[in-house]
Ligand binder design. Structure first.
Ligand code: C5P
Length: 235
């Protein structure tokens, strides 16, 4: 398997074609953006943290019956993944009020929600990833009814598995974002699971151990990424 030309460069990752048409190489960058690209910066070694943490979680989820695009780790910043076609829908899963939900609904950040809230956004930078519902997804042909059912099922299962695991590491999984892809006729979990895409709070102090430290200029960003990786994978 040979790494060939770059196919796509996103805000946090680059995707490369390989000599195997069914596989891509994903390279994780240290570039950090927030507020749909309005805020830009660098988080030193973020690419390494996100690559290692995503690989760890993808393996755990595969073992527990959630199919993912993950094949294997290649280096500190690279993983080999299945060549999926991304479904242009972001799934937001929320256990605690935070971020845009707190703002929209006036619920104080840190409030435990009475039940898990699942939301969808249309993955479209120009439109600023607007919130959509299942009817919009069907109406726009972004995914079929059956695909949406599978995506919801997998998302809730991921939430259960990660929440339980992270609590043992004294981390609250407040909320997170997932993306899915099509591989043949199957839906598989794709993208990443990292402090860029999850809100991780210290279970004792509620200290933020994720990208909110960058978004909100709180300092200690690199330290938080390293700390959460250490707790998650025990390094
Ligand atoms: O911004 P908001 O509060 O809606 O984000 C909810 C969760 O989804 C957060 O964990 C955030 O990191 C993640 N998210 C993301 N990418 C986006 C939007 C949200 O990873 N484009």
């Amino acid at each position: 398997m040979e790494k060939l030309e770059m196919l796509y460069e996103g805000k946090a990752k680059k995707v490369y074609r390989t000599s195997d048409p069914d596989l891509y190489v994903v390279e994780y960058k240290d570039d950090a953006t927030a507020f749909n690209g309005l805020k830009k910066g660098t988080i030193i070694d973020k690419g390494i943290v996100n690559n290692k943490m995503s690989a760890f979680f993808f393996k755990m989820l595969e073992d527990r019956g959630v199919p993912t695009h993950f094949e294997k780790l290649l280096s500190d910043r690279e993983m080999l993944v299945k060549a999926v076609k991304i479904v242009p829908v972001e799934v937001l899963i929320r256990n605690y009020a935070a971020g845009s939900l707190s703002k929209r609904l006036g619920i104080k950040e840190g409030t435990r929600l009475n039940c898990t809230v699942l939301e969808f956004c249309y993955k479209n930078d120009e439109l600023g990833d607007p919130f959509i519902n299942e009817d919009h997804i069907k109406a726009m042909g972004l995914a079929t009814e059956e695909e949406v059912k599978v995506i919801k099922e997998y998302s809730l299962k991921v939430n259960e598995i990660l929440t339980e695991y992270l609590l043992k590491k004294e981390i609250i999984l407040a909320d997170f974002k997932l993306e899915f892809g099509r591989y043949g006729d199957k839906i598989v979990l794709a993208d990443e699971i990292s402090p860029d895409t999850c809100r991780f709070w210290d279970a004792k102090t509620m200290e933020k151990l994720d990208k909110d430290r960058f978004r909100r200029d709180m300092g200690g960003v690199e330290e938080a990424y390293q700390e959460v990786l250490r707790r998650v994978i025990g390094e």
